[in-house]
Design a protein around this ligand. Structure first.
Ligand code: TTP
Ligand code: MG
Length: 367
């Protein structure tokens, strides 16, 4: 199977870079953007800092007074966050980035995934050129630099991006994934925080390579099914989650022509079973659940009818899916008189992925 080609774009030291854009005289000086809590003059935390300030150990999350101390004697400039301004710049850049992608998913104010598989016809060489072209365009149109990782999926693209910053361009081809990931410390994987890394250390797991080789059953025993399996896949560079506009109205459907025009439910269900099975395969692959099931019927007079039903909760279960399709056709046949020529099955309202994501995120926050 041909690999996907996925990019992760992450704008460099974003809030601070926006401030440099607004006031170029800041360039070369340490720039710290902070959230001032207002209690005392210096209370609050660093939102981000430019790379000049980072050389002094100033980074996101540390207290402002500590940043001040570390930057004592320098020409450091401290500024309060101006979220509206950053949002405006972000919106413009995101709109531009979207134009380069087959599918696009914004993952934060300064981060976005681009699936470019079709655009580059599956070629990682072409993807590298495209990434450079996008970097040049964004730099000249907006004056902003970013780092980009290119890989066969979101997970690898993200880690590739992080590996070279700022202004980086890192390409990891499918055949290079294992070599790229194995030497990295486990905490480079999303979801491996300090606590989990410490637990893994007691199991003799320090690097992603150690984790990749570790018995998956054991991982499941120690971390539970969801996390155990996730860690195993992540360490092996496996990630099938699609690049998808969040909240995008999306559906998966299949349609087929019946062997003969009919009103016989058995004949109809024979065909819909094939279609539902096919859709289920895609559902499993995409790791989504769905809340809406629909049927389509094209009659002998070529009129097209559709019916749908919303389920109580998201499912990815084949049996419930088939039963719902059957019920919808039974009902539909009661309401129509003509014979059916073509039939279709459709699912939409993908919700469960979100839930799964939330589950993982809440696991991660416990670290
Ligand atoms: P990041 O992309 O994590 O950081 P960055 O863009 O400043 O630096 P780089 O990508 O070059 O490593 O976050 C994007 C913005 O989100 C960042 O500019 C400020 C904000 N932010 C916070 O306000 N608090 C935080 O703890 C982090 C990590 C980011
Ligand atoms: Mg960034």
């Amino acid at each position: 199977m041909q690999s996907r080609v996925v990019m992760l774009v992450d704008l460099d030291y974003f809030f601070a870079q926006c401030e440099e854009l607004r006031n170029p005289s800041l360039k070369g000086k340490p720039v710290v953007v902070g959230v001032y809590s207002g209690r005392t003059e210096d209370s609050g935390a660093v939102s981000t800092a430019n790379y000049v300030a980072r050389k002094y150990g100033v980074k996101s999350g540390i207290p402002l007074f500590l940043a001040k101390k570390r930057l004592e004697g320098t020409e450091a400039v401290f500024l309060p966050v101006d979220y509206g301004f950053y949002q405006q710049i972000s919106d413009e850049i995101m709109r531009a980035l979207k134009g380069y992608a087959d599918s696009f998913e914004q993952a934060g104010i300064d981060e976005a995934y681009l699936d470019v598989t079709l655009k580059v016809q599956g070629s990682f060489e072409a993807a590298k050129e495209l990434a450079q072209k996008i970097k040049d365009a964004v730099k000249s149109q907006f004056g902003i630099t970013f780092s980009v990782g290119v890989g066969p999926n979101k997970l690898v693209a993200k880690i590739a991006c992080d590996s070279q910053k700022p202004d980086g361009l890192t390409v990891v081809k499918p055949e290079g994934v294992a070599v790229f990931l194995s030497p990295l410390p486990v905490d480079r994987l999303l979801g491996v925080g300090r606590k989990i890394a410490a637990k893994m250390e007691t199991l003799g797991i320090r690097t992603v390579g150690d984790l990749a080789k570790y018995d998956v059953q054991r991982l499941v025993e120690v971390f539970g099914k969801t996390l155990g399996v996730y860690f195993h896949n992540a360490a092996n560079g496996v990630d099938n989650t699609p690049v998808q506009e969040t909240g995008e109205a999306e559906s998966i459907s299949r349609i087929a022509t019946l062997k003969e025009n009919t009103r016989d439910l058995t004949l109809i269900l024979e065909k819909t079973d094939e279609l539902t099975e096919d859709i289920c395969k895609e559902v499993v692959q995409r790791k989504v659940g769905f809340r809406q099931v629909g049927i389509i019927a094209v009659m002998t007079d070529l009129s097209m009818h559709s019916r749908s039903q919303t389920l109580e909760k998201p499912i990815s279960d084949m049996e419930i899916f088939r039963r719902t399709v059957q019920e919808l056709f039974e009902k539909f046949l009661g309401e129509s008189e003509l014979e059916i020529r073509r039939i279709g099955v459709k699912i939409s309202r993908f919700a469960e992925e979100e839930t799964k994501q939330k589950q993982l995120t809440s696991f991660f926050q416990g670290n």
